[in-house]
Design a protein around this ligand. Structure first.
Ligand SMILES: *Cc1c(COP(=O)(O)O)cnc(C)c1O
Length: 401
């Protein structure tokens, strides 16, 4: 049987300080009424993390339900098609149940909710991917699930709405503001404030107020820990570079965290350049944002001149987010994270190149990481393939017309 490294290993580098700060980023910028709920969450998370029964239950589900460990695949034909001289390996998170890395996080959080005696789980979703991952684990564990989603997103992402409903979740459309993710976020927070005793708020990326960024990081870091073991088996050494796309930052910090203290490994985060970094229509918070507060914590945020949150744009719904988690913000400032970007057009091209060279239809988010490969240095490169592309076929067909 395939082995997976221990879940929630103690190999934790760069922890946040006691207030949940990663350097100048992170913390808690929330209504006063939520502080006790965040304190309770932090306490419960620390207990669960240290409890062998919680780890065993999570490990067992990751193995038998989600499909961990995911394979590490040597993509020689892709390397050739891109004209690269070195070797490229793909970490196949697209093969995880529900088709992306998001389940690593929602499984861990739903088990925590159950442990805390909270049988009502709420989430907010933009593209619907986190909503589906949350609805999935709530069905699995018999928890009530309510997903907030802007009416505009409900319209654009109707297949995911159908999926959530089939999984037994209630989808509440939010008809306020721009009717997208940030409005859904506000509604979810309002719900949490009102129902905090019975309700668990499941956040989908390594973002939000402390302790969410560190908790999500801990649940996702298994990706990089598996990579380290698998590449040691295949090549007898660490990779020269690890590459991941960056939306909120959960698949990236999950893939990169294991290597932060390995100076020989260059860490790359690839953001959505949309129509181009100078077009104003992109999702490149680390490259083009400024420090600010979004979703309860301080990080790089896309803002207008007068400090309003700017709209993000990307062909991939999962990268269409105006912020990024605090830990990646800090790694960027330290110079430890190299920030690259890929445009919509480049991502579409990379999507097709990967399909034809290796027979893999990847998510458009992950295609950004593939697109950046010609700009990545090193003879041994690992790319995190965060998800599969079935969800994006409509977008791809439309864009290729
Ligand atoms: C949601 C999603 C992303 C972006 O989210 P991160 O938190 O940045 O990982 C990337 N890829 C896929 C396939 C996704 O579903």
């Amino acid at each position: 049987m395939k082995e997976m490294p221990p879940i929630l290993s103690d190999a934790t580098v760069s922890p946040p300080d006691a207030r949940g700060r990663f350097g100048a980023y992170g913390g808690r910028f929330v209504p006063e009424t939520l502080i006790p709920a965040l304190d309770e969450l932090e306490r419960s998370w620390k207990e669960a993390r240290a409890d062998p029964r919680y780890r065993e239950e999570l490990t067992e589900l990751l193995r038998t339900y989600a499909g961990r460990p995911t394979p590490l695949f040597r993509a020689d034909r892709l390397a050739k098609a891109l004209g690269l001289s070195g070797r490229v390996y793909l970490k196949r998170e697209d093969l995880l149940h529900t088709g992306a890395h998001k389940l690593n996080n929602t499984l861990g959080q739903a088990l925590l909710a159950k442990r805390m005696g909270k049988r009502r789980v709420i989430a907010e979703t933009g593209a619907g991917q986190h909503g589906v991952a949350t609805a999935t684990v709530c069905a699995l564990l018999g928890l009530e699930c309510i997903v907030y989603m802007g009416t505009e997103d409900v319209r654009r992402q109707s297949p995911n709405v159908v999926r959530m409903k089939l999984l037994g979740a209630e989808v509440r459309s939010v008809d306020a503001g721009s009717r997208t993710l940030k409005d859904a976020m506000n509604e979810a927070i309002r719900d949490w404030v009102t129902n905090v005793r019975t309700t668990y708020y499941c956040i989908g990326s390594a973002a939000g107020p402390h302790p969410y960024p560190v908790m999500v990081r801990e649940l996702q870091k298994i990706i990089g820990e598996e990579v380290a073991e698998q590449i040691a088996g295949a090549e007898g050494r660490l990779p020269d570079a690890v590459v991941a796309c960056v939306g909120g930052g959960s698949n990236a910090i999950g893939a990169l965290h294991r290597f932060v203290r390995e100076p020989s490994v260059t860490l790359y985060g690839v953001e959505a350049a949309g129509h181009g970094l100078e077009s104003g229509k992109h999702g490149a918070s680390l490259a083009k944002g400024r420090p600010g507060v979004l979703h309860g914590s301080r990080s790089y945020v896309l803002q207008t001149e007068d400090g309003q949150i700017a709209e993000a744009h990307s062909i991939s719904a999962g990268l269409d987010y105006p912020g990024v988690g605090p830990e990646l913000s800090h790694l960027r400032d330290q110079g430890r994270l190299t920030v690259l970007s890929a445009t919509d057009t480049e991502a579409l091209q990379a999507f097709q190149t990967l399909a034809r060279s290796e027979g893999i239809l990847c998510a458009l988010e992950s295609a950004h990481a593939i697109a950046a490969l010609p700009r990545v240095r090193g003879g041994l490169i690992v790319v995190n393939l965060s998800g599969r592309g079935d969800k994006d076929l409509g977008t791809v067909i439309e864009a290729l017309k």
